[in-house]
Design a binder for this molecule. Sequence first.
Ligand code: SAH
Length: 393
Amino acid sequence: MPKALIATVTAGASSAILRGHPWIWRDAVTRVAAGAKTGDAVTIHDPAGRAIGQGLWDASSPIAARIYARSVERELDAGVLIAAVARAFARRDRWKDDPETTAYRLCHGEGDRVPGVVIDRYGEAAVLRFDGDAIAVWLSSLAEGVWPLLEALGVRSFALRSARGEGEERLRPLAGGPIPETITVRENGVAMVVDLQRGQKTGAFLDQRDNRRRVRELALGRRVLNLFSYAGGFSTAAVLGGAEHVTSVDLAQAAHATAQVSMRANGIDPSAHAFVTADAFTFLESAQKKAQRWDLVVSDPPSFAPSEKSRPRALTAYRRLHGLCAAVLTPRGILCASSCSSHVSAEDFATTLDDAATGRADLSLVEMHGNPWDHPTLPGWPEGRYLKFAVLA
Ligand code: SAH
């Protein structure tokens, strides 16, 4: 192998890498080649000087390097990265020609062993998003190598979504034709309108696909409250499942507009339902005072715990939220509570739904779902299991 830069790590970090953990924290690096720059390929050595993997160096992040190859047979270059993306695409073969589900995550970063590389497919459009500066250095060779793989799937346009606050133009074309502003995709047979230009993340929260289907199955004849409703994925699912009435609550008015377009695309008249632009906590407090009740409550807030430090505060917020949800739930009601905080484990999350939190003694935990197939995690990387979806009945 040519003289790649070497980074030596502690025994603890070495064993984590051997178990498949993709991150090396800066304080676990005992020695690194002088002049290593963000984006440089580094060979990772254990304290005995054995090469145990290859990663990309980040000169400023608390994560000093992320692992892209456990093998050291072939030097880490664009070809290795593109092969890893191709492996990720192959994991989604089941959806390749499925007309019922045309939007899914093609590459889920660390969970697919390509740290920081997220590629979401929305029908004929694909959106790339990076997490971390090291991988971003490889943009042009990565985009060039991935484009033919996307074309083979039937994708016609490819764009880069910059993270929030990275300039005005948030979608930058990479290959193919111009990316549409909005696109209508299907998810388990349900039409979903996605705002690619202004929507959150890459446009939609694809990780809730199976849970939206679950809500559809549970909604028959029920009055439904969908909190943090965004583009109305759970609301549309509930109406299609036979809900009597659906109230959607979100702080963002623009999200309600998209939700209504999605409903119409499914033959639903949105004026038969309620869309409330409000803070969910305030809404719940006032609903409780007015003794309003729903038979099915869905809660899918943004992450309350962006860091390990904020975990205790996040758990308190979830408890308070779940108490308010339970207070507006009818006696035979169903509560679907979700969390996307990677610092909150499924066990932690269950504690925020206990009797003291909900103020009820009649609810059982009947289901707990985690990441879906297209958002895989690594057994040796518990941080990846961020999604929790609890059903209480
Ligand atoms: N359930 C959605 C995704 C929710 S994302 C889906 O299936 O696609 C989280 C949403 O919560 C965002 O739309 C955001 O605007 C909204 N939000 C954030 N804080 C809020 C608050 N305090 N009250 C109500 N909505 C809030």
